[in-house]
Design a protein around this ligand. Structure first.
Ligand code: NAD
Ligand code: UDP
Length: 336
C-alpha cells in the first residue's frame, strides 16, 4: 500500500517506517522536525538501502497535507505527529490542543478531501487514567489526568464519531504502553531534547556518564519492591503492531481501540538492574518523593491484539536494554 506517516522521523515513526518499508509498503514521511532531526532520513536510507520520500510540513497545514495525499496516491495514514510530554502539557495546554487536536482535525479534513479513509492513530495507555483494575483491557473506563492525555482521549472520541458518520472509515487507535529500545543497527533510537522525562532514556544517559544519577520517583508504592511498575515494549515490536493493524484494517471497517503492550510489568529497580546487566555500566540512583500524577502499576491485557491483529510482542527486557544501549553507543543523539 501507499502510506503516509505523519511524525515519520520521530522515535516510533522512524522505527515503524523501517518495518513497513521492509514489508513492501511504499511510504511518504511527513514531519515538521519540532522533535526530530533531518539526519534521521539519512539513517533510514542507510538501513533500508534507499531514500524515503519526505514532506516537511506541519500537519496543521491542511492544504499541504491534502496535496501530499493526492500527489502520492496515498491509501492509508499512520498518524504519529504530536507532542507527548505530560509535564509540558500541564504548563502549555494550548500548545498541546493546537498540535494534537488541531493537527489531527486538519489531517482528517485533508484525508476527507483526498478520499483517504484508512487511519492508524498513535494513542496511549494514558487514556485509561488511574487503573481501576489490572491488567488494563480495552473495556476499562477512559479518563484524562492531564492535558496530554485529554488530547489522546478527545482524538479517540473524534475518530469514533467520524467512523459512525461514514462506514468508509477504517480506524485503529493503538494504545501504546511504554515503548523503549531501538533498531538493532543502533542508527535510530530515542533522541529526547534536553533532560529526558521518561525512565529508559534517563537510565541510558546515567550509564553513559551524561547524568550523575537517576532519581527514582518513590519506593513506597504497593508493588513488590515499592517502585512503579510499567509495561515496557520494544519499539520494533510496537512497529510490527502497526503493520498488523494496517493488514487488519484492509479487512475491517469501523473504529477499533487495541492495546499494544507485552502484558508484563517491570519495576523501576528491575529496569535499572536489567540495564546494568546489558550495558556493563553501573546506574547510580537516589530514591526521591513520588512524581505527581504517577500510578503504582500499569500493564496491558494483550488478548485483543493477539485475536484481532495476530500480533504479540516477542522481544524481552534484555534486548530492550541492549538495543537502547547500542543506539547510545553509536552516538545516536548526534546529528552527524
Ligand atoms: P516523537 O516526538 O519522537 O515523534 C513525534 C514526531 O512528530 C516528531 O518527529 C515531531 O517532530 C513530529 N511532530 C510533532 N508535531 C507535529 C506537527 N504539528 N506537524 C508535523 N509533525 C509534528 O514521539 P514518539 O515517541 O515517536 O511518539 C509518536 C506518537 O506516539 C505521539 O503521538 C505520542 O503521543 C504517541 N505515544 C508515544 C509514547 C511514548 O512513550 N513514546 C507512548 C504513547 C503514545
Ligand atoms: N521514573 C523514575 N525516574 C525518572 C523517570 C521515571 O523513577 O526519571 C519512573 C516513573 O515514576 C514510573 C516509571 O519510571 O514509575 C516509568 O515512567 P515514564 O515517565 O518512563 O513512563 P510513564 O510514567 O509515562 O508510564
Amino acid at each position: 500500500m501507499k502510506l503516509l506517516l505523519t511524525g515519520g522521523t520521530g522515535f516510533i515513526g522512524s522505527h515503524t517506517a523501517v518495518v513497513l518499508s521492509q514489508a513492501g509498503h511504499e511510504l511518504v514521511l511527513l514531519d515538521n522536525f519540532s522533535n526530530s532531526k533531518q539526519a534521521v532520513l539519512g539513517r533510514l536510507e542507510t538501513i533500508l538501502g534507499h531514500a524515503l520520500p519526505f514532506v516537511q510540513a506541519d500537519v496543521r497545514d491542511t492544504a499541504k497535507v491534502t496535496q501530499a495525499l493526492q500527489t502520492h496516491g496515498i491509501q492509508a495514514v499512520v498518524h504519529f505527529a504530536g507532542l507527548k510530554a505530560v509535564g509540558e502539557s500541564v504548563a502549555q495546554p494550548l500548545n498541546y490542543f493546537a498540535n494534537n487536536l488541531q493537527g489531527t482535525l486538519s489531517l482528517l479534513q485533508a484525508m476527507q478531501a483526498a478520499q483517504v479513509h484508512q487511519l492508524v492513530f498513535s494513542s496511549s495507555a494514558t487514556v485509561y487514567g488511574e487503573p481501576q483494575y489490572l491488567p488494563l483491557d480495552e473495556q476499562h473506563p477512559t479518563s484524562a489526568t492531564n492535558p496530554y492525555g485529554r488530547t489522546k482521549l478527545h482524538i479517540e472520541e473524534m475518530l469514533h464519531d467520524l467512523s459512525a458518520s461514514n462506514p468508509a472509515w477504517r480506524i485503529a487507535c493503538l494504545r501504546y504502553f511504554n515503548p523503549v529500545g531501538a533498531h538493532d543497527s543502533g542508527l535510530i533510537g530515542e533522541d529526547p531534547n534536553g533532560i529526558p522525562n521518561n525512565l529508559m532514556p534517563f537510565v541510558v544517559q546515567v550509564a553513559a556518564g551524561i547524568r550523575p544519577a537517576l532519581q527514582v520517583f518513590g519506593n513506597d508504592y504497593d508493588t513488590p519492591d515499592g517502585t512503579g511498575v510499567r509495561d515496557y515494549i520494544h519499539v520494533m515490536d510496537l512497529a510490527q503492531g502497526h503493520l498488523a493493524a494496517l493488514h487488519f484494517l484492509n479487512a475491517q471497517t469501523g473504529w477499533h481501540a487495541i492495546n499494544l503492550g507485552t502484558g508484563q510489568g517491570y519495576s523501576v529497580l528491575e529496569m535499572v538492574k536489567a540495564f546494568e546487566a546489558a550495558s556493563g555500566k553501573p546506574v547510580a540512583f537516589n530514591i526521591v518523593p513520588r512524581r505527581p500524577g504517577d500510578v503504582a502499576s500499569c500493564y496491558a491485557k494483550v488478548d485483543k491484539a493477539q485475536a484481532l491483529l495476530n500480533w504479540q510482542a516477542s522481544r524481552g527486557l534484555p534486548q530492550m536494554c541492549e538495543d537502547a544501549w547500542r543506539a547510545q553507543q553509536r552516538n545516536m543523539p548526534s546529528t552527524t
